[in-house]
Structures are given as structure tokens and as C-alpha cells.
Ligand binder design. Sequence first.
Ligand code: UDP
Length: 414
Amino acid sequence: MSELLTAYARVAGEDVLDHLVQLAAHYRDLKVVHVNSTRVGGGVAEILNKLVPLSRELGLDVDWLVMQGDPAFYQCTKGIHNALQGNAVNLTPRQLEAFEETAARNAETLRPQLEAADLVFIHDPQPAALLAHCPGRRGRWVWRCHVDASRPYRPVWRFLRRYVAGYDASVFSLAAFAQALPHPEYLIPPSIDPLSDKNVDLGADEIGAVHRQFNLDPGRPLVTQVSRFDRFKDPVGVIQAYRLAKGFVPGLQLVLAGGSAEDDPEGEVVLAEARTAAGEDPDVHILALPPDAHRTINALQRASDLVLQKSLREGFGLTVTEALWKGRPVIGGDTGGIRLQVVDHHTGFLVSTPEGAALRMRYLLNNPALRAAMGEKGRSFVRDNFLLTRQLREYLTLGLGLLRGQADRIDLGE
Ligand code: UDP
């Protein structure tokens, strides 16, 4: 086994790696392609940046293609994203045209690779229309939905469904997100890479360095939320919760750390809303970080006494997984994929309001022993369920199932 695979085995377990190696052997002559719409920013890029190299290390022939769009396209796809998560968004005819045209234009360059692939994973709505432009495809195509689609705004879902219905299968993170579709649907939650800069263990010096860099006082309690500036992440609600908690936790400090994703046009507006809500409070630190600030985010999560993810909707919430992996309890919005990870009273607390978040912050910040116990449970919960190795195993199994067309059994001994 290579050095990298051995390193994964050390964290995830030998048996887990053995299983991956066995599955990978069945991909010897197969070509796999992933497509999304940004290389940096947001959870999908975060996963593909790690999933693709691990797949290659296992000997798979994998490509990651990124769709290119213009502002009108991203306005449209942000609208689709918001509508899938329940907002009543009415897309204009111009936006719908941009969706269609962008797929057609991208297909011009991507078509040869897409049509030749044996297995294509199309991530999220942005590239969903590519399928319609690849009439000569030979492989199986999977639509991988990462967003909380539990209660989509129906007119927009009907529009997107026309494209998605043509796929061979779709994958959702949670059963609650699955929609009626004329093909098999699978549940595969996302995962984090324990060896990445975002998640590796750090020394005290690196954690001390972020204290100094951002003017944080290591002697006072600190809570952090890491997120793109997106209203579904509720940064303003986080500031309200911090204010309420501060009455009971003197000296409390808050970090809201985020950057923007290339395919997210609303970030600047929401960042400005958070700045206004924070006002002149010197203990609220709003950090607009560059997209490659992985070690900084890692250190901020570790420097925190607990981590917040007070989302109003959340497909999965990799930031929750990252915090749990670092032994930090998470106070998270009672929604979507956060429910899969925050086991109420065990790995953290689920909340629905700023008041609820404040109460739990006060309780946990005054209970260091409980924080440590919850943190330990969180780390082992992630190890067992949400590491990259588990997600890759499920993708590889799904792919073999689709390619072989066998309903209920994949014999690795073949
Ligand atoms: N992230 C980052 N920089 C930022 C904000 C987020 O690197 O400024 C990372 C974060 O650590 C996590 C991912 O982007 O790995 C966000 O994934 P999540 O599932 O939490 O939310 P999404 O952005 O996909 O809605």
C-alpha cells in the first residue's frame, strides 16, 4: 500500500482501506468523471478536492471537470439553489435561458470526456442540463444533490426535474431530501478528509498564531461559525445568539469566518448584513478569508470552546463534521444534514432560534467537563460515519451496481 493509503488506514482503519482496494480493482478499465461548477468555495469543491486524489491513489482513472458560467448563469443557479431549499424564487425567462445556454456552451468542450466516461457524477443543479447535450453518452450518469431539497419550491423543482429525470440514478444526503424521480435514488452523506490541511492535528503554536493574527484573547471564551456568507447560514442570528449569551458569559468572543464561492453571487450582500449587525463590538470578529485558508480555519475551529452552525437550511454541513472531528461540540440549527451529525445532548445541541442557541452556549461554556465528553463522542462519531473513505466506498459500490445492472449483489471475488 502507498504511503498515502497507509496514512488513511492509520486514521480510518486497515479494514476500511482493504475494502476500498478491493472495490477499486473492479474499476481497472473504467473512466469516472465528476462535474461541478467551482473548484474552490463550498462543500462540493471541498470534497472533490480530496475525493479525486484518493480515487487516483487507488488506481482509478478519474477526472474532475468544472463548468464555466457568467453572472447571469450564477444568478440563475443561486436562485435554483435557494428555491430547492424552500424559498419562493421565480426565475426570469432570461435566467432560464442562461441555464440552458451555459450547459450547451460547456458541452461543446466537455462532451468528448463526458460521452466517453463509464460513470459520470453531476454535482448539484448547476451542471444538471449537460446530460441533454451528450446524446452519444455510453456511461451511467448520476445526479448528486448536495442541498436540502426536503421542501423545494415546486415551480423551480419542476423545471429542474425535467433535466434530472433523464439520469440513471440520483444521490441525496438524507432520506428527507429525496424527491419522486423515475430512477433509483441512493442516500450517501458527505464526508471530510482527516488528512487535509483543514482537518489534520495542529500544534499549539499554530493555534496561538491565529489568536495573535486575529487579535483573539486566549484567556477568554471563544465561539466560532465558519460559513460562506449566505442567509441560510444565518450569520445575523449567530450574532444575536452571541449577544444574548454574553450577558451570562462575560468576555465571550465570536468569530464568523467565511469567504465566498465563485458560484455564489450573494456573498457580498450577506457579509455587509453581518457587519451591520456586529456594529462596533470589538469582540465580534468577522473574517473574510481567502479560499485557501484551510489551516487558518482548522486552527480557528480548534481555538474555539465550541462551534456554531446555526443554519436555517443545510444540505449536510461539512463545517459541523470538521468541528466534531476536532473534539468540539456543535450547536447547530435543527435542520437537514445537521440533524444527522449533531446528536442532541451527545455530540452537541440542536436549536431553532437565537435564544435557544444562546441558552445552549451558556450551558456548555460553563461546563468544561461536559464539553470534553461531548467532544470525544463527536470525534468517534465522525470516525465511524463521516470520513472520506466511507463516502468513496459508497460511490464505488453505487457505480459498480449501476454498471453491472445487478439489483442486489456485487460479488467482489469475481
Ligand atoms: N469553507 C472554507 N472557507 C470559508 C467558508 C467555508 O474553506 O470561508 C469550507 C468549510 O470549512 C467547509 C466547506 O467550505 O469545508 C463548506 O461546506 P458546508 O457543507 O459546511 O457548506 P456549503 O458551503 O457547502 O453550503
